[in-house]
Design a protein around this ligand. Structure first.
Ligand code: CU
Length: 100
């Protein structure tokens, strides 16, 4: 019983930590040229997720936009985004960043 309570409390502390981190994350929209199909979308999504610096990755092939949220405490600047997408074989046209 005591163990369970301790676990519940630490779970709350953990969740609280995550929520406060989310308050400082950025919403990023990257305009990307060269994405033509689902495999492009999958590849970029995987690469972004592999950085473990972002979440909620979404690729809109029609609008040619890759969007995601950065995680606070894991800086993922425009240069790093540009490098990752360029090395994947696509061209970054524009990066828009909104503080959340
Ligand atoms: Cu493709």
């Amino acid at each position: 019983m005591l163990k369970t309570n301790k676990f519940v409390i630490s779970a709350f502390v953990f969740l609280g930590g995550i929520m406060s981190l989310h308050a400082h994350a950025d919403v990023v929209k990257v305009s990307v040229n060269g994405m033509v199909c689902g495999f492009c979308a999958q590849g970029i999504t995987k690469k972004l997720n592999n950085t473990q610096a972002v979440e909620k990755v979404n690729v809109d092939l029609e609008k040619k936009i890759v969007s995601f949220e950065t995680l606070a405490g894991k800086p993922f600047d425009d240069e790093a985004i540009k490098k990752l997408i360029t090395e994947a074989g696509y061209a970054v046209v524009k990066i828009e960043r909104t503080k959340q």
